[in-house]
Design a protein around this ligand. Structure first.
Ligand SMILES: [Ca+2]
Ligand SMILES: [Ca+2]
Ligand SMILES: [Ca+2]
Length: 288
């Protein structure tokens, strides 16, 4: 279950769901409960009274959407709190697996504490329960979807990310996830830094094969690329370096923090950024 590129109608992401439930655009603040207030919602049968919801077995079953006429969110949505838990696209917790997606807002059985903004939960995509449903969201006309965000780690296993402009190649891990399949990256499009240094060695099939690794140990395969620092165009006053490329023919850009040094600190200082990765790679080979 992944939102199709350019989708107009979709399951909301957790952020979208959260904002619709708890955000007040007129004051620019978030409330704790999804009825325009931070006072805990009272579970009750359908009513026009403010801040009421179908929860804690007040009815014992689902109610019609919009039955709580006095309890819209500031954006005008109804029943985000209570009635049924609503699925979103989020992977709620790393380690829960790629089949578990977020659910929010509480249901007709649980207490009002499940309606609060901080309450997160998850359910497997195949789970079918009478208390789990979903909300469909719709984009305004003319909206164009962006690409799935890609994340990178410059100098994996090291921080801060010290770059020496005259030094050794800079390792950059492009982090895979349930949504980002790094094998879909066209390595010839990778460009790092303002001048777009290339990872030319990745066009060698043997090097490429050895560069598909789970660098951060989260279970998803990452792509480890190396870039010559003197071709990046980075300058010593820059605090961020960005990598661009194409994944499944869709352009992406991802950035990470850097400390850029002109050089002259000696090989020891230079290696301090690279060594943790080399040790990790070496340990990995020994274990294999
Ligand atoms: Ca709900
Ligand atoms: Ca790093
Ligand atoms: Ca990984």
């Amino acid at each position: 279950m992944t939102r199709n590129p350019g989708a107009i109608t979709f399951l909301p992401s957790e952020n979208e769901w959260y904002k619709a439930a708890y955000y007040d655009p007129s004051s620019g603040t978030y409330f704790a409960y999804p009825a325009g207030t931070s006072t805990p919602t009272t579970c009750a049968p359908p009513t026009g009274t403010a801040n009421r919801a179908n929860c804690e077995a007040a009815v014992g079953n689902v109610t019609d959407v919009g039955a709580y006429t006095g309890s819209p969110s500031p954006y005008g949505t109804f029943d985000q709190g209570g009635n049924v838990f609503e699925r979103n696209e989020e992977f709620p917790m790393s380690g829960w697996g790629c089949d578990v997606r977020g659910v929010r807002g509480g249901d007709f059985l649980a207490g009002a504490e499940r309606l609060v903004a901080a309450a997160r939960s998850g359910a497997e995509s195949g789970d079918e329960f009478e208390f789990i449903g979903f909300r469909v969201a719709h984009m305004p006309a003319g909206w164009v979807a962006g690409a799935e965000p890609v994340h990178i780690d410059i100098q994996p296993h090291a921080f801060p990310n010290s770059i020496y402009l005259t030094g050794l190649p800079i390792p950059v891990a492009i982090l895979g996830s349930c949504q980002v399949d790094v094998t879909q990256i066209d390595v010839t499009t990778l460009a790092f830094g303002p001048l777009g240094a290339t990872a030319s060695d990745l066009t060698d099939p043997t090097v490429y094969e050895q560069s598909l690794l789970d660098v951060n140990g989260d279970g998803a395969i990452d792509l480890l690329a190396f870039f010559p620092p003197n071709q990046t165009g980075l300058k010593t006053d820059q605090t961020e370096a960005c990598l661009s490329g194409e994944l499944a023919s869709v352009p992406f850009q991802a950035c990470d923090s850097v400390v850029v040094r002109s050089g002259g600190c000696g090989l020891g200082a230079e290696l301090s950024g690279l060594l943790p990765l080399l040790i990790w790679l070496h340990g990995r080979r020994r274990a294999a």
